[in-house]
Design a protein around this ligand. Sequence first.
Ligand SMILES: Nc1ncnc2c1ncn2[C@@H]1O[C@H](COP(=O)(O)OP(=O)(O)OP(=O)(O)O)[C@@H](O)[C@H]1O
Ligand SMILES: [Mg+2]
Length: 366
Amino acid sequence: MAELALEHVGKVYRNGYEAIHDFSLEIKEGEFLILVGPSGCGKSTLLRMIAGLEDISSGELWVDGEIENYKEPRERNLAMVFQNYALYPNMSVYDNIAFSLSVRKVDKKEIKKKVYDTAKMLGIEHLLDRRPGELSGGQKQRVAIGNAIIRNPRALLMDEPLSNLDAKLRTQMRVELAALQHAVGTTTIYVTHDQTEAMTLGTRIVVMRDGKMQQVDTPANLYAKPVNRFVAGFIGTPSMNFFEAQVVSWEEAPALLVGEYRMMPCREDAARISRHGSDSVILGIRPENILWEAPECVSAGADYVETMILEVELLGAEKLLFFLLYGKKYVAKIPAEYDARAGEVRRLYFDVTAIHLFDCDSEMRI
Ligand SMILES: Nc1ncnc2c1ncn2[C@@H]1O[C@H](COP(=O)(O)OP(=O)(O)OP(=O)(O)O)[C@@H](O)[C@H]1O
Ligand SMILES: [Mg+2]
């Protein structure tokens, strides 16, 4: 187990492309850290630099108090698990798991015990004689994980390890992986582009965009207090709705106008808007905070929009309402029991206690 730190790490590829920009982060011993962001934002680059598969252009990688920028991958003793399983097709599951110990000439008896213990932990002890070609995707990935953890690496680096699996198996493996990591206690960095996966797995999540860190936080804080519009839109499904709102004064308090509709922010938000002092802001509201029926605390004549429902999509316990406002499409998520129909014109209420405010230019949270 190890403690890792990145200090002002940067990566410029040989063609001049800057894939990582001034990235700093500390990963505690035994932590399960998730790295999430859209395709191309630099997640794999960062992981490969930690593993030693890619040079670090600037900054420092610290592992347990030592700078390891120039150590060979082997010397770093960090195990990497990839999306495609990287198993030896002609070797049995047993030999695949045992591989890293066999090449180090570890005692055969000891290898045998470790392979059985590891396979048992992963629930694949009945598959040891098979070859990778005779396994399902989930089983193959378990073998790859077994191969990674058997040699007690200082940290586990996982690059989208579940993305080749179907949705149901992915959910199941996700739960198993979290439990396994908890049991083994190995410091783990887990890369995914899937925010749902990040939210369910992580104790701490790093959100990246264009090679830059946006926010490091717990799932709950990322959801409740995204630092900018990008994080707000990236975390949560469906994505947050954004409206440009004019700041006006209504009965001596700040109010927000979305077109002709007036929203009366709660006292804290009102104070924030006053302090910010600009005449327009971006108002963000999650689909689940747009309501079918008026909440108890609604201000008279405010906190709603009148809209035409375009489509209704049933998800199970909830349904999505797609609606049109000033030519743009938005979405609300309401309990399935409400009888919403496409083509209907009606009021939808904004839960103003749950709105998010961003600066129009910098897009930072206000
Ligand atoms: N060898 C390379 N030379 C130049 N540019 C590269 C190289 N490898 C990757 N890149 C670029 O660096 C950026 C980051 O790539 P990276 O593979 O780290 O993204 P990622 O976040 O892992 O994306 P994905 O979710 O699609 O796997 C991309 O724009 C990519 O095109
Ligand atoms: Mg990648």
